[in-house]
Design a protein around this ligand. Structure first.
Ligand SMILES: Nc1ncnc2c1ncn2[C@@H]1O[C@H](COP(=O)(O)OP(=O)(O)OP(=O)(O)O)[C@@H](O)[C@H]1O
Ligand SMILES: [Mg+2]
Length: 425
């Protein structure tokens, strides 16, 4: 890999102050490596562990499939006008993110300059890059390339014009139009589809571990994509050799059992998804220290309301001004409540969540027939009648799927409450 031995121009010593919203979670056992933790049901590694990787296979796969390009530090410095402040678009736990334009292709990209304090060795960085470049889905932010030039480690991603969901949902300036209900449900559905790919379709499967609204990015049409999957091993906290073994996450999004015991399963991601869905419904932050004590933790505040469907409208974001189908609100709250159950085994699989949300994620303009009130066919020629019949059939199929998913959710809640572990709706 020519890039690793190429010039190391360290003229730019830009270094993130590292606001570090991602944290090592205090309650988790400090030194319990993920790989040596007790295995929960359906255990799946977040990223294929280096020890269990067939390195030759990785090399071979990489040679065949790796689409990520290598960049020199000089190229990325040029792309960001030498990492100038005006190109800075964000900063997180791993370092700063810049908007840039790659000179030779004119491609606009987002460049994440990883904080050098948090870096693991070259080998781990490479494995991360390999894994990231093998994961491709329309609801995952694409890794375009990377730079491992001298001590510099940078990742180059596709640029997402509208930034993060957090910017549009939780940090809405007064002059900005709040997200409408259908856009919120579409974002929820697309985030769930990204997670479904990581859990069920990626091989080896990937547990995301840090799903939150700042990691859901939006393109110019509000299409949602997950970012930062696979980066947790590069986390900046802790001593360098054990970063990958620390339990990482973000307060308010982290599943209780993962925080308590370090046991990581796909269901931890489902819990975090439930928190994001609840943020979408309520417009409230997972943790908001500016609110009254009893309202600071979103899930704790919402749990009693989950038990009383009459109170569901209390959950709706006031910025929606009641502009949502009540039935859809009920379904979305039911899905969030299922994902947020204490007991991981009774939380749904993300594929079930995708099924349940697939109806809610379609706007009435995309599908003129409403859930409650199918409109009659407008055109009476044979072809459009057939088309209408097909549409109605597919609507009925989706309604059946949603009903089954909700029914399945109620059953699992009943089973769980018999075991005394889940909240009932
Ligand atoms: N590919 C991208 N396109 C456009 N903006 C991006 C991109 N990646 C990140 N950003 C912007 O940079 C911000 C910081 O992202 P970053 O992932 O570094 O931090 P974070 O998500 O807030 O926290 P964490 O480090 O825990 O993931 C995002 O909130 C987003 O606004
Ligand atoms: Mg992020």
């Amino acid at each position: 890999m020519s890039c690793f031995s190429c010039f190391s121009s360290h003229r730019n010593k830009a270094k993130g102050t590292n606001s570090g919203r991602r944290r090592e979670l205090a309650a988790a056992p400090k030194e319990l490596p993920i790989s040596s933790q007790p295995r929960p049901e359906n255990p799946k590694p977040k990223v294929i562990p280096v020890e269990t990787t067939n390195k030759d296979a990785i090399k071979e796969t990489a040679n065949k499939n790796i689409a990520a390009q290598t960049f020199t530090f000089r190229e990325l410095a040029m792309a960001t006008k030498n990492f100038r402040q005006e190109c800075l678009i964000g900063e997180g736990g791993f370092g700063r993110v810049y908007k840039g334009r790659i000179e030779k292709t004119s491609q606009v990209v987002a460049i994440k300059q990883l904080d050098r304090n948090g870096l693991q060795g070259n080998r781990e960085f490479l494995v991360e890059v390999l894994m990231l470049s093998l994961l491709h889905h329309e609801n995952l932010v694409n890794l375009i390339g990377y730079c491992a030039d001298g001590e510099q480690r940078l990742l180059v991603y596709e640029y997402m014009q509208l930034g993060s969901l957090e910017d549009h949902l939780l940090d809405v300036p007064q002059e900005q139009k709040p997200l409408d209900w259908f856009t919120r449900m579409k974002i929820a559905l697309e985030a769930a589809k990204g997670l479904e790919y990581l859990h069920d379709k990626a091989n080896p499967p990937v547990i995301y571990r840090d799903l939150k609204s700042s990691n859901i990015l939006l393109d110019k049409d509000f299409n949602a994509k997950l970012s930062d999957f696979g980066l947790a091993k590069l986390g900046p906290v802790g001593d360098k050799t054990h970063v990958s073994s620390r339990v990482m996450g973000t307060y308010g999004y982290c599943a209780p059992e993962y925080q308590r015991t370090g046991q990581l399963t796909v269901k931890s991601d489902v819990y975090s998804f439930g928190v994001v869905l609840l943020e979408l419904i309520t417009g409230r932050r997972a943790i908001d220290t500016t609110r009254y004590t009893e309202e600071q933790n979103l899930v704790t505040w919402a749990q009693p309301i989950f038990k009383d469907p009459q109170r569901f409208p209390e959950l709706a974001d006031p910025l929606l001004h009641g502009d949502f189908p009540l039935r859809a609100l009920h379904q979305a709250v039911a899905v969030a409540a299922m994902c947020l159950q204490e007991e991981p085994s009774v939380r749904p699989l993300i594929s079930d969540v995708v099924t349940a949300l697939s109806f809610l994620g379609t706007s009435p303009s995309a599908n003129t027939t409403s859930f409650d009130d199918p409109s009659p066919p407008s055109d009476h020629n044979m072809m459009s009648e057939n088309q209408n019949l097909r549409d109605e059939e597919s609507i009925r199929e989706r309604q059946r799927a949603v009903a089954e998913a909700i029914e399945w959710g109620s059953n699992s809640r009943r089973t769980a409450s018999r075991c005394g572990s889940a909240s009932s709706l």
